[in-house]
Write a protein that binds this ligand. Structure first.
Ligand SMILES: [Ca+2]
Ligand SMILES: [Ca+2]
Length: 331
């Protein structure tokens, strides 16, 4: 004989159990996602690149998430900014792994700007990974990363770029000081289609500088076939009385095709760090450093000056010159 089943109407035994507060804690929804990656449609060797990655928080509020960029070493002078609304312009040095605080449902855009080395021939492969703070259990790890490819190729025609750095970047001794030396560097590119081409570069000496030997203009010329780049540098001395002055220079490049001898219109060099076209390459000569008296207060001042000088040199090194990568040839 079967036992009767308890019906819904039957009084339950041990009703006090119904008031138990025991429960399985709800796990917070945690999902950071890199949802978009955009950038310069087509970059050229030695040219600027812009990238933007959008991170979206599809879960609960998260503080202290980390963003990690994978960037080739051929992308230099990298700056960044974090846009959480209203836009931003990359200007700060990129930290190791920028921190992100994102409210539930919020998005942030990480903008990068950099400059390719002039020998770059392959596409620029970049990627952003996001990772939550300790204990963060992302329910969709497959969307934590997004790659982006920037095609790279020479733009048609002739282009010229410039940069100027204190010779300390090469010789590690001094900065932009009166009596010191600077290096003006130029990139000259022939994006074609003209073949059998010969390039010339003319760089008038800026006021406040002296070339060695003293000449009114630095000149370079050489073969520049379609699709190739040349790197030209010249060292100049800053005049002793130039302290406090801003010194600017600009070269002009010309392309001769098929034995042509006249220069034609040519193109002006452009400082790629500056956002405009045909920007001059400028620097400001530091004012003389006054040495304080060697009193106790003077010694304190001297220590502060030396510390400031060290910081200044570190900052200079965070803005590297446009240089060929190690191992590349310089014609
Ligand atoms: Ca995720
Ligand atoms: Ca520019």
């Amino acid at each position: 004989m079967s036992q009767p089943h308890a019906s819904a109407r039957e009084p339950e035994l041990h009703q006090e159990d119904n008031t138990s507060t025991r429960s399985t804690p709800l796990k917070p929804l945690q999902d950071l996602a890199v949802v978009a990656a955009t950038g310069t449609p087509k970059a050229f060797p030695g040219g600027p690149v812009e990238l933007a990655f959008v991170v979206h928080n599809r879960g609960c509020t998260v503080d202290g998430a980390r963003a990690h960029f994978s960037l080739p070493t051929k992308l230099g002078y990298v700056r960044w900014c974090l846009e959480t609304g209203g836009g931003c312009t990359p200007g700060a040095s990129l930290p190791q792994d920028p921190l992100l605080d994102l409210a539930e449902g919020a998005s942030a855009t990480l903008h990068l700007a950099g400059i390719l080395v002039s020998t770059m021939r392959e596409s620029l492969e970049t990627r952003l990974d996001v990772d939550g703070p300790a204990g963060f259990d992302d329910i969709h790890p497959e969307n934590d990363s997004l790659p982006h490819t920037t095609p790279v190729g020479l733009a048609p025609g002739l282009r010229a770029f410039c940069s100027v750095t204190p010779a300390s970047e090469v010789h590690r001794n001094a900065g932009f000081f009166a009596g010191g030396t600077v290096v003006y560097s130029f990139i000259v590119q022939n994006g074609g289609p003209a073949a059998d081409t010969f390039a010339k570069l003319h760089f008038p000496v800026p006021t406040g500088l002296t070339f060695s030997p003293p000449v009114p203009e630095f000149s370079w010329d050489g073969k520049l076939p379609a699709g190739e780049t040349r790197w030209v540098s010249v060292i100049a001395q800053i005049d002793s009385g130039a302290a406090g002055q801003t010194i600017c220079g600009q070269a002009k490049a010309f392309l001769h095709v098929g034995g042509q001898t006249s220069d034609g219109p040519g193109v002006l060099s452009d400082d790629l760090i500056l956002p405009g076209d045909d920007d001059l390459c400028c620097f400001t000569v530091e004012s003389p450093v006054m040495i304080p008296a060697l009193s106790p207060f003077g010694l304190i001042g001297l220590a502060a000056l030396l510390a400031a000088l060290g910081l200044w040199r570190l900052r200079r090194r965070s803005f590297p010159a446009l240089r060929e990568p190690a191992g590349s040839s310089t014609p």
